[in-house]
Design a protein around this ligand. Structure first.
Ligand SMILES: N[C@@H](CCC(=O)N[C@@H](CS)C(=O)NCC(=O)O)C(=O)O
Length: 231
């Protein structure tokens, strides 16, 4: 049994989609990041960077409980545990890793900043909005060129690199772009969106997702004094 600590955000959906894809039993624990659950001492023990998702595998290596934070590491762990979605032979192994790292180091942080300055920031700062909207567009261009030469990011197989990237592309309008401008990304997006396990993973805590502008309490918790107090 896997304990999944999550919230309905792109990073959270990576883990819930993967758990649905591999078919491991899991129990969901909501970490309401607007309410400050990520700062609770019991959560910080498994996720010291106060971010979700995190997992605890009750039957980890050696039969002992094992906890893990960082969505990319969680995907690799679950892939290795089940032998799914991460081929171990060369070159497929590192073809997968390079696109997973591209997501973790590029797509996630840059799209996240685009969301921040376009949607969450209390004031519109033109330089920041332009910078991250442009960077998101550049990264969509990289994805589109890659998906013009390969069916999936790592090659002709669906992998943890796709599972990591897909949830972020669901919010393309929030990043200031449109799928119609990236036809190869659109083709890939529609294929992944049609997978039943993906749809089930996207249902995890979906009823708790808040649409619309962020409220002041959540903004303070995530981007104000609560986030930056010394712990
Ligand atoms: N690199 C991390 C990023 C996770 C992350 O940014 N999680 C956000 C929500 S999507 C979070 O937990 N934010 C709470 C906070 O910063 O206080 C991963 O991929 O797991």
């Amino acid at each position: 049994m896997i304990d999944l600590y999550t919230w309905p955000t792109p990073n959270g959906f990576k883990a819930s989609i993967m758990l649905e894809e591999v078919g491991l039993p899991y129990e969901v624990h909501a970490i309401d990041i607007g309410a400050g659950d990520q700062f609770k001492p019991e959560f910080l023990k498994i996720s010291p960077n106060n971010k979700m998702p995190a997992i605890v595998d009750r039957e980890g290596p050696g039969g002992m409980p094992y906890s893990l934070f960082e969505s990319g590491a969680i995907l690799m762990y679950l892939a290795e545990k089940t032998g799914r979605f991460w081929p171990q032979e060369h070159p497929a192994k590192y073809d997968t890793i390079q696109w997973l790292m591209f997501q973790m180091g590029g797509v996630g942080p840059m799209f996240g900043q685009a969301h921040h300055f376009r949607v969450y920031a209390p004031e519109q700062i033109a330089y920041a909005v332009d910078r991250y909207t442009n960077e998101a567009g550049r990264l969509y261009g990289v994805l589109d060129r890659r998906l013009g030469e390969a069916e999936y990011l790592a090659g002709d197989f669906y992998s943890i690199a796709d599972i990591a990237t897909f949830p972020w592309t669901r919010s393309i309008e929030r990043q200031g772009h449109a799928l119609d401008d990236f036809p190869n990304v659109k083709r890939w997006y529609q294929a992944i969106d049609a997978r039943p396990a993906v749809q089930k993973g996207l249902q995890v805590l979906a009823d708790r997702r808040r649409e619309g502008p962020i409220d002041d309490k959540s903004r303070e918790t995530m981007f104000g004094a609560t986030q930056y107090q010394k712990r």
